[in-house]
Design a protein around this ligand. Structure first.
Ligand code: GCB
Length: 608
């Protein structure tokens, strides 16, 4: 009983501490908005001196916080007044952008940085509402506008928003944001990862203006089991949300579907049409869909396709598809920091296309919205992933709530994207009863929230009945997923590439198999024989041997080798070779292709 009470109490504390994702505004991509991107003043605050008083009590919990609290953005009012900060005379940093690659001194910094932006705002219509929308901020974010706390968000890769209608002024608003990227054992991800912990307001921050009652959310997808049916829901937010007329208007299909909201502002619908042109990798057709109310006309570009599995097959529009993929980290090939722009997305996805891909694994956390929007346009299927990576505090209730919240936020954002076909729960997590329970709960939650997509996780392989040369998947979570995916590094962490020819696979699950990772490190331009580590020849040979080995897996439906481009990782310290980079890219960080790129390209070009 006591345990249960503590659990409920923790959930309560946690849910107060995080943003309630139910309020997330969908499709800010196509709504009227004002970006706050540009230069912001910042203060580096490793001791969180602007957050806690000297008794380590948070200023923002005090009835009358002192002017020392950074969120008050105070100014010295007389020459004799003691005040030990001043945002306006501080250096500036660009938003969006990580701090590590913008400021040399902050390259390895993990801790708190305060951001301040002053701005004016004039409403387009007086009666409208205004929301402050963060596309992402890594990792824990406290937001204050004009001296008032708006809330806290936890998680580095998903959007969140706060209503600011009643706080905003025509001139001289000041937005103060505390971003803390300290890693923690209970975090998602946790202490140890193999990527750079870029801190800061890594994606855009914007003001979204809406009418008093507005379209907050919608889910408009093809029915997986009836390809003449588009179905879903629309949800309104506002005082006038009940019994409101909404029209779903799709001009190209001649569809005008009128629906009426219930008391909660929600309307569900089904539309039958025999003329739907299906979205596919070969013809990524997107319809312009209008969601109209008396006050608003929200438009979105939505593709209609079905995705399901049957035995060992993956069916896109009821036709088997082989996933020719590659894994990608969200790192900019242009700035070599956290990627966030359309230009970054174009460079990465064009490389994937050049490689012959029809599929990408966006590892190991949700990437920015440009990536999935562009994948929709380019006809590239997408695996999206929750940052439940390696070891996680499986028994901690708030860790679970955090993981679920991050997943909910990315599903909310991307649930209308045709390209997104897989929600991945986790990567390389060690099996145990509490881990199995954690992941199963996440999968159940995801299925309820989005019954239209497939569930997977990057699992691990193991010896079959103690035989080192026979490999299998022995993981209870394999029974839960729709697609059986696993990472394997035979030839790199496990022997030399020639070992691949000695390995056979016994996979007992009657499910499609996707190899979520394989790879080898190579320094672009370093040459030698095929058994010399770090040479392009080693990596090339590993690809040749691995592709031969994997083709013997009867259920194999594709893979996403590790990885498109070399990426920064503090774990990778070997001088002259790694120098802080994970070298398993098929392309170097400065855009040069390695030999293995062409092995995979050739394989994909010859594969239907
Ligand atoms: C893995 C991880 C990935 C690493 C990769 C590596 O299994 O999933 O995050 O970067 O191996 O390079 O070791």
């Amino acid at each position: 009983m006591l345990k249960k009470t503590i659990f409920i109490l923790m959930l309560f504390i946690f849910s107060n501490a995080t943003f309630a994702q139910e309020d997330l505004i969908i499709n800010t991509y196509n709504r009227p908005s004002t970006s706050l991107s540009g230069n912001w003043n910042y203060i580096v605050d490793p001791y969180e001196n602007g957050y806690y008083n000297y008794r380590h009590e948070p200023f923002d919990l005090q009835a009358t916080p002192s002017k020392s609290a950074f969120f008050t953005n105070s100014k010295q009012e007389s020459p004799s007044e003691l005040l030990e900060y001043d945002f306006d005379s501080m250096d500036t940093i660009a938003v969006p952008g990580d701090w590590n690659t913008q400021k040399e001194k902050l390259f390895y910094y993990e801790g708190t940085v305060w951001y301040k932006k002053s701005f004016d705002y004039v409403f387009m219509e007086k009666q409208n509402r205004l929301f402050l929308y963060f596309e992402a901020s890594n990792y824990k974010t406290e937001v204050y506008l004009n001296g008032k706390k708006l809330g806290t968000h936890v998680g580095g890769f998903t959007p969140f928003n706060f209503e600011v209608t009643n706080l905003i002024k025509d001139t001289n608003n000041y937005l103060v944001v505390k971003v803390d990227n300290k890693r923690s054992k209970e975090g998602v991800p946790t202490l140890s990862t193999d990527w750079w912990n870029y801190g800061g307001l890594t994606r855009d921050v914007k003001l979204v203006e809406t009418s008093p009652t507005f379209v907050q959310d919608y889910f408009i997808q093809l029915d997986n089991y009836n390809s003449n049916k588009i179905k879903g829901y629309v949800t309104l937010n506002g005082e006038d949300k009940a019994t409101k007329n909404i029209q779903i208007y799709i001009p190209e299909l001649n569809i005008r579907k009128n629906i009426v909201t219930n008391i909660n502002g929600k309307a569900t619908f089904e539309i039958i049409s025999k003329d739907i042109k299906f979205w596919s990798t070969k013809n990524p057709y997107l319809y312009t869909v209008h969601i109209k109310t008396d006050e608003e006309n929200i438009t979105d570009q939505i593709g209609f396709r079905s995705i399901k599995t049957k035995g060992k097959q993956i069916l896109l529009n009821n036709t088997p598809i082989y996933l020719k993929g590659i894994s990608i980290h969200e790192e900019s090939p242009i700035t070599h920091g956290r990627g966030s722009t359309l230009e970054d997305a174009k460079t990465l996805l064009n490389w994937a296309k050049e490689l012959g891909c029809n599929y990408v694994r966006l590892a190991h956390y949700p990437h920015n919205e440009h990536m999935v929007r562009l994948a929709d346009k380019m006809g590239i299927l997408v695996w999206e992933e929750n940052p439940v990576y390696w070891t996680i505090a499986w028994d901690n209730a708030s860790t679970y709530a955090n993981a679920e919240n991050q997943l909910a936020e990315v599903i909310n954002r991307d649930k209308n994207r045709a390209s997104v076909i897989i929600w991945s729960m986790a990567n390389e997590t060690p099996t145990s009863p509490s881990r199995n329970q954690f992941l199963t709960k996440l999968a159940t939650y995801t299925r309820a929230k989005d019954p239209t997509r497939l569930i997977s996780a990057a699992l691990e392989q193991s010896d079959y009945n103690g035989n080192k040369f026979v490999r299998t998947i022995n993981d209870p979570f394999a029974d839960v997923v729709d697609i059986l995916s696993f990472n394997q590094y035979i030839g790199w962490y496990d022997g030399l590439p020639e070992k691949c020819s000695q390995i056979s696979w016994v996979i007992e699950q009657d499910k499609p198999v996707l190899i979520s990772e394989f790879g080898a490190g190579a320094k672009q331009g370093f040459h030698g024989d095929k058994n010399t580590r770090w040479t392009e020849e080693f990596q090339e040979n590993l690809y040749v041997e691995t592709l031969k080995m994997l083709e013997n897996i009867e259920q194999l439906q594709g893979f996403s080798p590790w990885i498109l481009v070399d990426f920064r990782s503090p774990r990778r310290v070997l001088p002259k070779i790694q120098d802080g980079w994970n070298r398993k890219g098929l392309i170097s960080e400065d855009g040069k292709k390695k030999k293995a790129f062409f092995v995979l390209q050739n394989f994909y070009n010859n594969k239907n």
